[in-house]
Design a protein around this ligand. Structure first.
Ligand SMILES: [Mn+2]
Length: 329
């Protein structure tokens, strides 16, 4: 049930007060003037942070106090936590798939899935929205577990408060959520390995915690790994914009790398177009960061290189390793 807001409650009080007929008109005028005044104020809030990236296309109607709160959160997290905290955890997002992907049918009997979400000082509402989207948009008979890996966060709310949230989810979905906590900072790649170690399903999807999955995301991944368990999947993803949380669609591309071993998007090859099937997968020499793989196969090839402490490199390394190992098989 929606609680009445302050304004609604005040309005109720005013209506209850009995006034002589003639003073009602004056009252009405005064009230109208006050309302106009309020509306005017709404559009002329002073811009406290004109140079902040956060307010380039968002937040024009925020009061000075709200701007300060939003800017402080933006400085701390690097994205719009003020807005995230106010968006529903189960918010709808546009379905950006090709029309042929939307109608493609997948077998009911697919491998089970462990989703691994790694984080370090991520905002709570971001993590909860990731979990909620995974629960709502993955067939429940395929989603075995969601493994959270905390790479030694210092934010207080990611301790007891997160444990409580996990308990709430598990009350509804017994055993679905697990959490692994590093006792010191071990880096992104080791966090992914820790998540893999804790997972038990046929397939692992190793993602960041600042994501939302879209409708029908899991079936093509699981179906591809069912066909061939030696395939490492680099899923196509769109961008949730850091400021207004709108979805920015990314074109489908192959994932390559340059001479500095930075991953980059490559145009789709001619052979892919020749197939005339938009649902066909694309071969990539690299992965863009997040990945899905058969859990046991990933273990057989050595998972990831835990000595890689910062982002960038581990994705290209995995691509090269898979290529070399498959050449040897
Ligand atoms: Mn990321």
């Amino acid at each position: 049930m929606k609680k009445p807001s302050h304004n609604e409650r005040n309005k109720q009080k005013e209506d209850d007060i009995k006034l002589p007929e003639e003073s009602k008109g004056e009252m009405h005028q005064a009230k109208k003037a006050k309302e106009e005044d309020k509306m005017e104020k709404k559009v002329v809030h002073r811009k406290l942070f004109p140079d902040s990236k956060l307010f380039k296309r968002w937040g024009a109607d925020l009061t000075e106090e709200q701007q300060t709160t939003a800017q402080d959160l933006f400085t701390k997290y690097g994205y719009n936590v003020y807005l995230s905290d106010r968006l529903p955890l189960d918010r709808p997002i546009p379905d950006t798939r090709y029309p042929s992907c939307k109608v493609k049918k997948y077998p009911h009997d697919l491998p089970t899935l462990s989703v691994i979400l790694i984080f370090m000082n991520e905002a709570m509402s971001i993590i909860l929205r990731a979990i909620t989207s995974i629960i709502n948009r993955t067939p429940s008979h395929l989603l075995k577990e969601i493994v959270l890996v905390d790479d030694y966060s210092s934010n207080e709310d990611l301790k007891g408060h997160l444990d409580e949230q996990i308990k709430n989810y598990n009350a509804k979905h017994p055993g679905l959520l697990k959490i692994v906590r590093h006792q010191k900072r071990e880096g992104l790649t080791q966090a992914r390995i820790s998540g893999w170690e804790a997972s038990t399903a046929d397939v692992v999807a190793i993602l960041d915690a600042h994501i939302e999955v879209n409708v029908g995301w899991a079936e093509p991944i699981l179906s591809r790994i069912k066909e061939d368990h030696t395939i490492i999947i680099s899923p196509v993803f769109d961008n949730v914009r850091f400021d207004d949380f709108e979805l920015l669609e990314y074109a489908v591309a192959a994932d390559g790398f340059d001479w500095a071993l930075w991953c980059l998007y490559e145009p789709l090859p001619k052979e892919w177009y020749a197939l005339k099937d938009e649902t066909a997968p694309v071969r990539s020499p690299s992965i863009m960061g997040i990945l899905a793989a058969h859990r046991v196969f990933l273990g057989e090839i050595g998972v990831l290189d835990g000595g890689m402490h910062i982002y960038g490199g581990e994705n290209v390394e995995l691509g090269l390793r898979v290529r070399l190992i498959l050449l040897l098989l």
